[in-house]
Design a protein around this ligand. Structure first.
Ligand code: C5P
Length: 400
């Protein structure tokens, strides 16, 4: 299954582009999110409308939309994708890829792609056998591009030989193989908290923070894709879990998050507390909207919320692992160490608001993992999906 996997399909101008429509159907049916980039020659063989309908996404053909100037960023597409498959890949596109030419959106995205790139060559037998093409395919292979081998058979030219694009089933199987994730968390139940909490002041107002839940959701997706059964207790965010192994419990306040976590933790092997839980909540929420009272000051009395992490730390069994987060604005390492002990965390993920590109709302984060024994692992700034993988790897060591 390709649940939640993001696949970018590049289509170049070969007759077998019609087969790419079937490949896209297979990918979508398997749960992948698919976007497509087409070269201008590809549009002569298959209509962008067909591809857009099948992918359920607009098709990218140019760097910008000539009607409204909207910019289609090759960098964004390259970062978005978990895998970029170019099918069919013509001799021309293969040659350009081998030599770093980037004269259209499809090729420019090849250069900026951070993910695995796959090509499904498709051309006439003589072009395919041409030593230049052979050499170009070898260059791509040597740079880590996966080649879905062309097949033998009748060709559109009427000739017979090697050069037919691999069948959609075959390309699909190779994509699945490339994206196969080791199920090293299978059989593990993991509780994750994510997002902010909202503490009610009155029926229309609340106290909250800037957390978007991106980090917690990335951890949930990562663990679920590695086979864990995840219970995601989430405050109000604009995200939705994708993987079927994630059970979402939506809460609003710290008290509700506390209740859900205390109920779920006994059934879990580990908990990762990535939520930005409010430390204080209004002493009592006003039953009606609080009216403005002239120019007079207004005082809101706040009382502490239950510390969810500390409570789980108290009840933690010998085989359970508890992971905390710390966002500090000063004395980061010292405060993280203190929190590690006071809440009985096994390790803590320290992120700092002082780092550019890290923290609330960003898609990237720079974290340092601090263990109970003082072992400290600093990581560079990277996408939250990769940070999630680093955290999962640390957790796995403790669960073994
Ligand atoms: O003490 P501080 O709030 O900075 O600790 C942060 C860690 O504790 C995070 O892992 C956070 O999710 C967790 N926490 C919690 N319940 C609270 C406050 C924080 O679980 N009420």
């Amino acid at each position: 299954m390709l649940d939640g996997k993001k696949i970018l399909v590049g289509i170049t101008g070969g007759i077998s582009a019609y087969k790419t429509a079937s490949l896209i159907r297979l990918l979508v049916k398997a749960g992948a999110e698919v976007k497509a980039v087409m070269s201008s020659a590809a549009k002569e063989f298959v209509s962008p409308l067909t591809i857009a309908t099948l992918t359920k996404n607009p098709v990218y053909t140019d760097f910008f939309n000539p009607e409204n100037g909207e910019w289609h960023s090759h960098v964004k597409l390259g970062i978005w994708a978990d895998l970029y498959v170019i099918a069919p890949a013509t001799a021309n596109t293969i040659a350009k890829m081998a030599h770093g030419i980037a004269d259209n959106l499809l090729l420019t995205t090849v250069l900026s792609a951070r993910c695995k790139v796959m090509v499904a060559p498709a051309m006439d037998v003589d072009m395919f056998q041409n030593p230049i093409t052979r050499q170009n395919i070898d260059i791509l292979r040597s740079r880590g591009v996966v080649v879905a081998e062309a097949a033998e058979g009748e060709l559109a030219s009427g000739l017979t030989g090697k050069g037919r694009m691999a069948e959609p089933d075959d390309i699909f199987a190779q994509i699945e193989q490339q994206l196969a994730v080791v199920q090293d968390f299978s059989g593990k139940n993991i509780l994750i908290t994510a997002g902010p909490t909202r503490e009610k002041i009155d029926p229309v107002r609340f106290v909250s923070n800037y957390s978007t839940g991106k980090m917690g959701y990335a951890i949930a997706e990562c663990l679920a894709s590695r086979g864990a059964q995840v219970v995601l207790v989430s405050g109000p965010v604009g995200l939705k879990p994708v993987n079927k192994n994630i059970r979402l419990i939506q809460v609003e306040s710290a008290a509700q998050m506390y209740k859900a976590c205390v109920e779920e933790f006994p059934h879990c092997h580990a908990a990762i507390m990535s939520a930005a839980v409010a430390d204080y909540t209004p002493k009592a929420a006003a039953p009606e909207k609080i009216k403005k009272n002239g120019e007079k000051e207004f005082t809101l009395t706040l009382v502490p919320t239950p510390d969810i992490a500390a409570e789980l730390g108290k009840t933690k069994g010998a085989n359970q692992v508890l992971v905390g987060f710390a966002l500090e604005t000063e004395n980061e390492a010292l405060n993280a160490q203190k929190k590690l002990e006071s809440k009985n965390f096994d390790f803590i993920v320290l992120n700092s608001l002082n780092d550019k590109g890290a923290g609330f709302g960003y898609d990237t984060n720079r974290v340092t993992i601090v263990h109970r024994n003082g072992k400290t692992c600093p990581f560079e700034l990277k996408p939250k999906t990769e940070v999630a993988n680093d955290i999962a790897n640390e957790l796995l060591q403790l669960l073994k």
